[in-house]
Design a protein around this ligand. Structure first.
Ligand SMILES: Cc1cc2nc3c(=O)[nH]c(=O)nc-3n(C[C@H](O)[C@H](O)[C@H](O)COP(=O)(O)O)c2cc1C
Length: 269
């Protein structure tokens, strides 16, 4: 199994070493022939400029982005992996700037999700405060992009060397993360979509179905995949959709479509 680590720290520091520890644990547990191979994408070493905010990717497609750098190859590396580790230190109570730039540049995936069947692990480290918010943010990003989030791990590294009680707690959390990630990667069936997954599907469908003129690339992407058809209950077919969630999503979509139609008319789309 191929694992890609998207590393948002500018250095090979606490976050990098935490992920390396997870790699060691998973390698020890997995053995051959079902081994895991890790590769590290150091965002600091990638050629990735800040988003210019032109909306070309959203409206016309990511291939129309005026920046010609590593963004497309980063997405390709994610596509090749079975699992992705999203890793960032807490900087200023949030993900690092490097990590945020990465999310901004791949933001078209929020509209056109594509990582279904892939598993994510979320890792962050902080001096003292902010892991919860960062993990929630990363969870939202990974889930909307289509990943199944296996586990989140937030570690504290208040000082160097880390005090023994915190180091022991970190080690325990890393063990848990390694076990959960490996188990999720090996699970043959996908977990059923949650209530919020279903609501997101219907909410996005309402928007993209009714706003073809404003978001033509999104409309095309959704249509090509059959996601705009009424019978389609979710992005992927090989999962069981809870019928109450489906009903709630359908009702919400009906109301949202009316709003989206009005908005599209106002915007001339
Ligand atoms: C610019 C900067 C901002 C930081 N902001 C926070 C913060 O908001 N909360 C916190 O607890 N630690 C903060 N820290 C500490 C780091 O989160 C912590 O040392 C982390 O483990 C560093 O990971 P790294 O070695 O992988 O870069 C900050 C560190 C830096 C350099």
């Amino acid at each position: 199994m191929k694992i890609l680590v998207v590393m948002g720290s500018p250095r090979r520091g606490n976050t990098y070493h935490a992920v390396q520890r997870i790699e060691e644990m998973m390698t020890a547990r997995s053995g051959s022939p079902n081994g895991v191979t890790f590769s590290y994408l150091m965002l600091a070493e990638a050629d990735l400029a800040g988003c210019r905010g032109c909306f070309s990717c959203f409206r016309w497609g990511e291939e129309k982005c005026p920046l010609h750098d590593d963004a497309a190859s980063i997405e390709a590396r994610m596509q090749e992996a079975d699992g992705v580790v999203f890793a960032s230190p807490v900087y200023g109570m949030n993900v690092s700037g490097l990590f945020k730039t990465y999310v901004d540049r791949l933001s078209y995936i929020f509209h056109r999700p594509r990582f279904f069947g892939k598993t994510a692990l979320l890792v962050t480290t902080a001096g003292i405060l902010g892991t919860k918010g960062v993990l929630e943010y990363m969870d939202l990003v990974a889930s909307v992009w289509g990943f199944d989030v296996a586990h989140r791990v937030g570690l504290l590294a208040p000082d160097d060397p880390v005090p023994p009680s915190i180091a022991a707690e970190n080690e325990r959390k890393l063990e848990e993360a390694a076990d959960a990630f490996l188990e999720a990667l090996r699970r043959p069936e996908r977990p059923s979509p949650s209530f919020s997954d279903i609501m997101l599907f219907h909410g996005q469908r309402a928007t993209f179905a009714e706003m073809e003129g404003i978001f033509p690339a999104d409309y095309r992407y959704w249509k090509e995949r059959g996601w705009l058809e009424k019978k389609t209950k979710y992005f992927v077919e090989d999962v069981r959709v809870n019928s109450l969630y489906h009903l709630a999503g359908t009702v919400m979509e009906w109301f949202m479509r009316r709003k989206a139609r009005e908005m599209a008319e106002e915007m001339g789309g």
